[in-house]
Design a protein around this ligand. Structure first.
Ligand code: F0G
Length: 418
């Protein structure tokens, strides 16, 4: 038995299953969560995690495994790490002004090994895949999960199969996925079709499923939240704002905050704000209707990472919004692109979906939901280079006046610079 008596537990009916059992849903159809004995977090302390910051061991340097007792009770030799996390927290006066907030910080998850926050969940779920004896792993993806899965599967020597919506994922993500050696099944349909297909394929063909419906993914992604707290010396911010698609990350950040609060690691619970694109907003619609109904839709948005109409982790995310006194908002594609341009121009940079954090914070501030003097941390989920086409297209539309072709002569330089 693990130190904290880990088990898989249904979020609906609370049925329990052993951690080494390969299953992604309860018999009742509910989502599964990795849970531990009552009061476990009180047996751990921030000081213990802080002490690891000066260590040179990979498991301490990893911003995931630094919190290992609270992530996965396994033998350290089993860990498949790259080592991920340990991303930077940026503060920008310009972006604070843009949002209308006194100060805003951004946790840049695009600084992970494959350029997105997915690596944090993937290191844990890949470790678990190996523990259960899996030979092949699969996921459906809008691109980042597939890139991350491909990299970690390569590291662990597992066969990688990814299901992506054909022609609908950003170029950088597709290139990474192929480069790391995965087999790519380009599904003629959207992400939601690919998700249903991989779900069925994993059960029927016995392939280990690495989507965020896999509770071990969520355990790794929790560490984004804990690292933010650690960066802030365990002073919780008032708000954590993040983009929302399949709702795995909303579920993970919420679980992290609730566990940190229950463990006494922080003395107040941050409010979670999930931000959806207007054309892919089923969760926002649910929130507006008091979550009486679960919405599904045909999704369309420029932010391809969150072009998702039937999010898998709905029930977990709904509970997070309720328990953290959180909110869900929506932003237009124009607002996303405008915020992305601001983040890029601040020299920080991110992919389109990530800019929902800033666009959402700005909207919530303008509505008075976020106060001017409240402390806000936005999560930038992916790297600018994931989707270079979107930058270049915008640049072309603007007339491209900052890229000027010249002859290799000093006179030309002087002439064009005026
Ligand atoms: N931001 C980026 C850059 C993403 O890639 C994703 C999800 C999200 C935000 C939303 O997070 O799904 O947990 O609510 N990308 C998944 C993928 C779906 O396949 O890469 P979520």
């Amino acid at each position: 038995m693990t130190r904290f008596d880990e088990r898989l537990q249904c979020v609906s009916c609370e049925a329990r299953y052993g951690v080494l059992e390969v299953r992604y849903r309860c018999e009742c159809g509910g989502l599964l969560s990795l849970e531990r004995k009552v009061g476990w977090a009180r047996e751990l302390s921030p000081a213990q995690f802080d002490a690891r910051l000066t260590s040179r061991r990979a498991v301490d340097r990893s911003g995931v495994w630094r919190f290992r007792e609270a992530v996965l009770g396994c033998d350290e030799r089993e860990i498949v790490t790259h080592p991920e996390g340990a991303t930077r927290l940026y503060e920008s006066a310009r972006l604070a002004e843009y949002a209308g907030i006194a100060s805003i910080r951004f946790k840049h998850e695009g600084e992970n090994p494959t350029g997105s926050f997915k690596d944090r969940g993937m290191t844990v779920a890949t470790t678990q895949a190996v523990r259960t004896g899996a030979r092949a792993v699969a996921c459906a993806s809008t691109g980042n999960t597939s890139a991350s899965l491909a990299a970690y599967a390569a590291g662990a020597g597992l066969r990688a199969i990814v299901f992506v919506p054909a022609g609908k994922i950003a170029m950088g993500k597709l290139a990474q996925t192929l480069a790391y050696g995965a087999t790519v099944l380009a599904v003629r349909g959207d992400f939601d079709d690919a998700m249903r297909l991989v779900d069925e394929a994993s059960t029927k063909l016995g392939i280990y499923l690495l989507n965020s419906i896999n509770p071990f993914r969520i355990e790794g992604q929790k560490t984004i939240g804990w690292e933010i707290l650690q960066d802030l010396n365990w002073h919780a911010p008032d708000w954590i704002v993040l983009p929302a698609g399949n709702l795995g990350n909303t579920s993970a950040i919420g679980k992290a905050m609730l566990e940190a609060y229950e463990g006494g690691w922080i003395d107040k619970l941050p409010r979670i704000a999930s931000v959806q694109a207007l054309g892919a907003n089923p969760f926002y619609r649910g929130f507006m209707g008091g979550f009486q109904e679960r919405f599904r839709m045909q999704a369309e948005t420029i932010a391809s990472a969150i072009r998702i109409g039937d999010p898998v982790s709905w029930d977990k995310a709904r509970a997070v919004i309720a328990k953290t006194n959180g909110v869900v908002t929506e932003v237009t594609d124009d607002a996303i692109l405008d915020a992305k341009t601001a983040i890029d121009a601040a020299g920080i940079g991110c992919e389109p979906a990530s800019a929902c954090s800033l666009a959402g914070a700005r909207r919530l501030r303008s509505e008075g939901v976020i106060g001017r003097d409240e402390t806000v941390v936005g999560i930038l989920t992916g790297n600018l280079l994931k989707d270079p086409e979107i930058v270049l297209k915008r640049f072309e539309r603007e007339g491209g006046s900052r890229m000027i072709e010249i002859d290799p002569k000093i006179d030309d330089v002087a002439r064009v610079l005026g």
